[in-house]
Write a protein that binds this ligand. Structure first.
Ligand code: AHG
Ligand code: MN
Ligand code: MN
Length: 331
């Protein structure tokens, strides 16, 4: 019988090896407990009739599904219990949620359930999060952190039971839910690195938006699409999950040529703090890159508001650099 190492053992060794605090473990314990509860509700949700719409819209004027609400309450509950968080930013609430302003050491930005259009089909969704640390040297001003300041970012793929975690200056690791609902990994895991060989690379974007992209992006697609397989599940968490193992590029470009101009999204659709930065940070730790529509590194964008949007090109560095050249040339 082969037994694996639990997520918490892995993290404990990691923190000790790097002389880091146990507070981070307490926070990650809360995060993984929340993920397991979301997993449980998601798996059995159809039977409980919670896979439909909640009948309300959120602060971003997007239709809220019952599962979005359930997942958000679960995450918030366990974050509150952990006592480690100064404030949390969630996709589902307009303002940052103040939790433990005195004793908390971390900021967490999260999307409790990414890929809502997959919910009613029980297809993959994700709980995505990014963690930054408070200023321990002086007064904490509570400003929004840029991606380059993150200490960790992760995606729980639900209901598949796979957890991808990127740790700053350490790399990316993948954990799997075992029979006892414990996230586990091999005893001596090797960090996940995106493949350099383009044989497995894929392109991932919403093809029905194609004619709404800027001309340089359309031309880039025309020139490159035949070289790679095309995959799109409609959930960044799931699409990016594939891409990390196979390489290639996920993109959600700015929408600038929509036949109904009011539907244009010149700033893109995805949210910087809890979608784009999560993918960008994981990509960086796995050897990849991520940029916005101006060709700037996603991780260097200074956030101005909790729900700010950005275009996103993320994946294998050569592809991201190639489209960066086009975006910059046309700017
Ligand atoms: P959410 O379900 O959290 O609102 O996010 C949906 C996002 C992201 O997961 C996905 O990549 C993208 O929206 C899909 O958008 P389209 O349906 O426009 O392709
Ligand atoms: Mn999302
Ligand atoms: Mn969401």
């Amino acid at each position: 019988m082969k037994l694996e190492q639990s997520f918490m053992d892995f993290m404990l060794h990691h923190q000790e090896r790097h002389g880091r605090s146990y507070n981070f473990l307490v926070l990650l314990e809360a995060v993984q407990t929340a993920a397991k509860y979301i997993q449980y509700f998601y798996q059995t949700g159809s039977l409980k009739n919670v896979m439909g719409e909640a009948g309300i819209t959120n602060c971003q004027d997007e239709c809220v599904m019952k599962m979005d609400d359930i997942a958000d309450s679960i995450v918030l509950h366990y974050l509150r219990c952990s006592n480690q968080v100064i404030y949390a930013i969630t996709e589902e609430e307009p303002e940052p949620i103040r939790l433990n302003e005195e004793g908390g050491r971390y900021f967490i930005y999260y999307d409790p359930l990414d890929g809502s259009s997959n919910i009613k089909h029980n297809l993959p969704v994700g709980f995505m999060f990014a963690i930054a640390k408070r200023n321990l040297e002086g007064p904490e001003d509570g400003r929004l952190r840029t991606g380059s300041e993150l200490r960790a970012a992760g995606i729980f793929l639900i209901p598949n039971g796979v957890f991808t975690l990127a740790l700053a200056e350490t790399g990316v690791f993948r954990f799997h839910l075992d029979e006892t609902m414990t996230y586990v990994i091999h005893e001596n895991p090797t960090p996940l690195v995106m493949p350099e060989d383009s044989k497995t690379w894929e392109l991932s974007y919403n093809a029905s938006n194609r004619t709404t992209f800027s001309r340089p992006v359309q031309v880039w697609i025309e020139e490159h699409e035949s070289k790679y397989a095309f995959r799109y599940m409609g959930s960044l968490a799931a699409d990016f999950h594939r891409l990390l193992s196979n390489g290639g590029m996920f993109m959600y470009p700015a929408i600038v040529n929509h036949p109904r101009p009011e539907k244009n999204r010149p700033k893109g659709k995805l949210r910087l703090l809890y979608e784009a930065n999560v993918a960008a940070f994981i990509a960086r730790e796995a050897g990849g890159a991520a940029i916005d529509e101006a060709g700037n590194d996603i991780l260097e964008i200074a956030p101005e508001s909790p729900h700010q949007r950005t275009a996103l090109y993320v994946g294998s560095r050569p592809l991201v650099e190639s489209i960066r050249g086009r975006l910059r040339a046309s700017a």
